[in-house]
Structure formats: C-alpha cells, structure tokens
Design a protein around this ligand. Sequence first.
Ligand SMILES: C[S@@+](CC[C@H](N)C(=O)[O-])C[C@H]1O[C@@H](n2cnc3c(N)ncnc32)[C@H](O)[C@@H]1O
Length: 285
Amino acid sequence: MASPSAMEAAGTDSDGREFKSSQEMWREQVGDDVDDPKKTQWYREGVAYWEGVEASVDGVLGGFGQVNDADIKGSETFLNILLHERFGDAGRNQHLVAIDCGSGIGRITKTLLIRYFNEVDLLEPASHFLDAARESLSQEHFVASDMHKATNFYCIPLQEFTPDAGRYNVIWVQWCIGHLTDDDFISFFKRAKVGLKRGGFFILKENIARNGFVLDKEDRSITRSDLYFKDLFRQCGLHLYKMKDQKGLPEELFAVKMYALTTEAPKKVHKTRSKVQANRPAIIK
Ligand SMILES: C[S@@+](CC[C@H](N)C(=O)[O-])C[C@H]1O[C@@H](n2cnc3c(N)ncnc32)[C@H](O)[C@@H]1O
C-alpha cells in the first residue's frame, strides 16, 4: 500500500482543534477556488497582524529577541559552507547578490547578508517594517574595501513576486513561508527558480512541527513538519542539497531547520569498489 503523503497527515490549530488533513484545513481556511474571498482574507489578515507589531528585533521575532544571536550564528555557519561548496574561492571575486524574502525590518540582511553579498534586495509586505529596513540600511557598507549595499526594497508579498531572471546567488526565505498556502508555496518556488544564477540556491529557514502541521489562527500562518516540507520541495521540483538543525534555541520554541535547495540534482558520488572486493578473484568478462 502506498504510504500517505505528508500533506494527508493530521494537524491541529493553536486552540488544539484537530484537522484530519491539511487539505481539510486549507479548504476551511482559504476555500477550494483560487478566487475565493477567504483566500484574500487569509493574506490580508496575515499582513494586518504584522502591521500591528512594533518595528524592532523583538517585534519580528515574536517577543523572542534573545534568539537573534544564535539564529544569526547558525545561519552564518551554514551559509559559509554553502558559499564555499557552490562558488568556491572564485566566489570571493564574484559580484554576489541575495534577496531577503519576508525580511521584516532587515534583521538578517543587516547582521549577516550584507557582509557576504555585494547587493541585497529586500521583500516585505508590511510597509512600516520595510521603511525601518530602508532607514537602517541606507548607508553603503565596505567589507575589505569592497562595496556592499541594499539595493531594491519591494513592498509586496511572496505570492505576488517573480524575481528578475538570473539576478540572485542566494534567495533567502526565513520565518515567512508559513504565510503561504501550499499552492502558492509551490508556485512561488517554481517562479523564483528563474531568479537564480548558475550555482545559486535557496535557503529556507523555518519552524518545524513535530507532526503534520500547526495552524496559527492569530497571524494566519502554518508551521509544517519536516516531511510536509520535503513533500512540497518535491512538488516544486527542488532538490535538498543540505540541511541543518538550528541549535541553541529555548526549549519552548518550535525546532528550526535550515534547508539549502537547488534546481539541479546533487551530483552522484561514484563509489569505487572497496579494496576487499577489488582484490578478490573474479571472472574476467
Ligand atoms: C516572524 S517575521 C520574520 C521577519 C524576518 N524574516 C526575520 O527573520 O527577522 C515574519 C515576516 O513575514 C512577513 N510576511 C507576512 N506575510 C507574508 C507574505 N505573504 N509574503 C512575504 N512575507 C510575509 C511579515 O510581514 C513579517 O515581516
């Protein structure tokens, strides 16, 4: 018997109510039809929630501003490995460009991305967050005499965004994809692939539900399980290049994982025969 897909797994909402499957939950929350007014309402209420939040590190981290340092450290280690593996030493002489999706006040750009990328674009639908980002990132930064700057500030949601073809080495998506329905998740990543340069990749950093999903009725978002994400990556035609758990977060919070996703399948490592096998008598063919 075929095993049920992760999206058929049961889940709950923030009040502890159970749903038999994510399909049941989505039908109820956003309807079946792409033009269903419930879907417009879902997105409107999600952004409205953030419009009521103070433009500060504590605000964008849901009152857990103290996790900022651990989060950035974990991301930096992961990013360093990936940049080295994907762009090698040549990366140092390349003009590197990233986009920070659902950037909030530009926390990740300011403390991490701007140091590694010559240009960073920010996308954020809550305008007061984007204004705060623009203000704090207005100067140009010099890293070892090399110019680094925040270039474009897009005030739109991810479900409406299509990047310019071939602009980005890295498309960074952190703590915002839970606002997108499954259909919009898939169509966003499918569209966004064209935005990657050769060797480019996505980094998705997200909270992880233990099973199925958890619907947050307050900010209109869902937390998906690792299996749920992997099911969606497959439907996007993306390959999981590397993943890592974020360490050092308070126990009461969801676990957090970082996924590096590529459009091409990872290269197969050709196994050489082990010495034991290679040295034993064998028929000449
Ligand atoms: C938890 S905050 C994280 C902000 C930032 N990524 C960070 O880690 O500092 C969630 C962000 O997602 C944004 N957001 C909400 N709905 C979105 C959507 N449909 N598309 C993109 N971003 C969205 C919110 O406005 C908010 O800035």
